[in-house]
Design a binder for this molecule. Structure first.
Ligand code: S3P
Length: 166
């Protein structure tokens, strides 16, 4: 199986890690959020505003299923694991790596960000409550977990390559 899916909460470094991993493996990198934006010709915030979270999730599932299953590293959106359909699809088609980080570390990383509608209000509270709600689902969706607190991208990529023997 030559597809690697990176899952994990917003701000856990899926995109940065995925780019470096893909580069090292000479795989193609895809960022699902970018695929959704290209597909819909609208920003994530606009999609949430126009169609709500459920509508956004429809685009997300379509984007996931549209990506090539050959030598790809795919950084998923933080909520892509919420649908059982997506979790099954990823497990069937590739290896799923969960990049985990503590809520306090996540808060540091997304403090200045304004592009994520789910963190638009009280960021600290939103992160803590969403993280708690989702933690088990990440666990369930993943084949492997990498704890990222205090690690740089090189170290995280190295750990993934060791875990996956690639
Ligand atoms: C979301 C995560 C975001 C993006 C959207 C919803 C989520 O992606 O898909 O804002 O529900 O966790 P990142 O994890 O890349 O920030």
């Amino acid at each position: 199986m030559s597809v690697i899916y990176l899952i994990g909460f917003m701000g856990t470094g899926k995109t940065t890690t995925g780019r470096m991993l893909a580069h090292e493996l000479q795989y193609t990198f895809y960022d699902m959020d970018e695929v959704v934006v290209d597909m819909a010709s609208q920003s994530i915030s606009d999609l949430f505003a126009e169609y709500g979270e459920d509508g956004f999730r429809e685009f997300e599932t379509k984007a996931l299923q549209s990506l090539p299953l050959e030598k790809s590293v795919i950084a998923t959106g933080g909520g892509a694991i919420l649908r059982e359909e997506n979790r099954n699809y990823m497990k069937e088609n590739g290896r799923v790596v969960w990049l985990d980080a503590s809520p306090s570390e996540i808060l540091k990383r997304v403090k200045e960000d304004t592009s994520r509608p789910l963190l638009a209000q009280d960021k600290k509270r939103a992160i803590e409550s969403l993280y708690e709600k989702r933690e088990n689902t990440y666990k369930q969706a993943a084949d492997f977990k990498v704890a990222t607190d205090g690690k740089n991208t090189e170290e995280i990529v190295g750990e993934i390559r060791t875990l996956l023997s690639c």
